[in-house]
Design a protein around this ligand. Sequence first.
Ligand code: GTP
Ligand code: MG
Length: 201
Amino acid sequence: MKPLQVAFTGSAAAPAQFPRDGLPEIALLGRSNVGKSSLLNALLGVKGLARVSAKPGHTRLVNFFKVSGRGKAFYLVDLPGYGYAKVAESERKNWERLVTSYLIGRPPLALCLFLTDARHEPMSNDRELEHFLVDQSLPFAVAATKADKLTRGALAARRKQLESDLGRKAKAVVPVSALTRDGIDEVWKVIRAATEGPPRG
Ligand code: GTP
Ligand code: MG
């Protein structure tokens, strides 16, 4: 198999800094600390590429990682997490503005990977995001993160619950662990289906 090539191409604080080459984009969305950066690193097989933080609320900008060398080139987009209780209202507004400016009217956006912690019921801000994605007709798949922390039975139950709840309009619901790599191949299949498919119109 050809090696995967990954390059960090930049952080954006405003739409003018988003890429202009039109390559499909896969965005990682979810609460602060849910495991977005860890999933990105696990998908790309590069430790420390996206910064994993013990302290929540670490990713503040939209970070673009160009993936090429195997199949069609695309961007993985690491978005700042929402719902970190300790951020000021003004910062929450900034998050909303930045993420909304990215998600709305972004034709290259092929799929949102919507991360939710497999251990917990979806929270109100997860539900708000789900409504937003459905309202905007944005295609998304749900990844239930930190699957290694649940027993098989509990994980199967969570998957079922998510399929009839947060993920009922999703392309797929995939339990995943950045630690054991369980589910990583399945997430790759969902990504490939989105990047190789026809562009959103
Ligand atoms: P922000 O950028 O702050 O929004 O966080 P994030 O969503 O990027 O989360 P990050 O990847 O930084 O992970 C947060 C914490 O969860 C870290 O301590 C990770 O080590 C841990 N974590 C992430 N994924 C997994 C997983 O699959 N299993 C386990 N056990 N821990 C994980
Ligand atoms: Mg992060």
